[in-house]
Design a protein around this ligand. Sequence first.
Ligand SMILES: C[S@@+](CC[C@H](N)C(=O)[O-])C[C@H]1O[C@@H](n2cnc3c(N)ncnc32)[C@H](O)[C@@H]1O
Length: 282
Amino acid sequence: MATTPTGDEIRQSVAAAYASRVRPVLERPDTIPLTLIGSSASCCGPDDESCAVDAEGNATSCCGDTVIDETQITNIAKLYAGADTADLPASVMDVAFGCGNPTAIAALQPGETVLDLGSGGGIDCFLAAKMVGPEGRVYGVDMTPEMIALSRKNTEKVGATNVEFRLGEIEHLPIDSASVDVIISNCVINLSPDKAQVFREAFRVLRPGGRLQVSDMVWTKSAPDEVKNDMEKWAGCIAGALLESDYLGKIAAAGFHDITSVTSEYPDGRGIASAAIVAFKR
Ligand SMILES: C[S@@+](CC[C@H](N)C(=O)[O-])C[C@H]1O[C@@H](n2cnc3c(N)ncnc32)[C@H](O)[C@@H]1O
């Protein structure tokens, strides 16, 4: 009988999965598009309207033979429609693995300090950096060294001077207490083996009056057991996702108030959904 993986084993497996996804982008010469070296992080090109999920919830072959996993069931270009991504390089856009656009729900203001939990290649940090301007500051925290290496390289490419990426776990944030105005996160907290601890840490680093504005995967009905126990589906943002009510309960237990959630279910009938969640610290 399979043993239940420990929290550290889950984190190691998730970090290994994301390291292998980001390595081709980290190592490729800047001039070669990822599609030409046999891999694609984002689902479809900006003009592709055909991206969809099939009856099993898998992405249909909107990008020819490209292998698409469940983190990419949403077309990244569509997620960021209307966002200011035109000047972001391919090495940012090709590793956008989100399931929403937290900067769109965060109403970021000039001068604010923002923290992105699980910042990946940095897409939401770079969007946030433009919104908070030179008086503001953006921190990205990610546990995968390859992601941090790429996001730091991307910082130089983008020319962002108000963004800093730190290696660390979102369960143990390398961030001072009461130092952040807004926490954003995109398709990451579902990957944590200890979500209650993530929300406690989020509460600790927020200033009084600060807000948590995240996009994440949740279940609107109980996840099937075969999905919950599949480690590959954990890295794919499905197995570790909580029932929406449990997720919101953990946010409340950490001390947040005025918690709201808006979900968009994927059309496969299983009840897996992208949620836009907002909560406040008094
Ligand atoms: C689905 S990707 C999302 C990346 C980014 N937010 C985006 O929208 O492109 C998940 C990211 O979270 C990071 N991650 C997962 N679990 C983490 C944890 N417990 N602590 C820190 N980072 C974590 C992974 O290394 C990966 O970069």
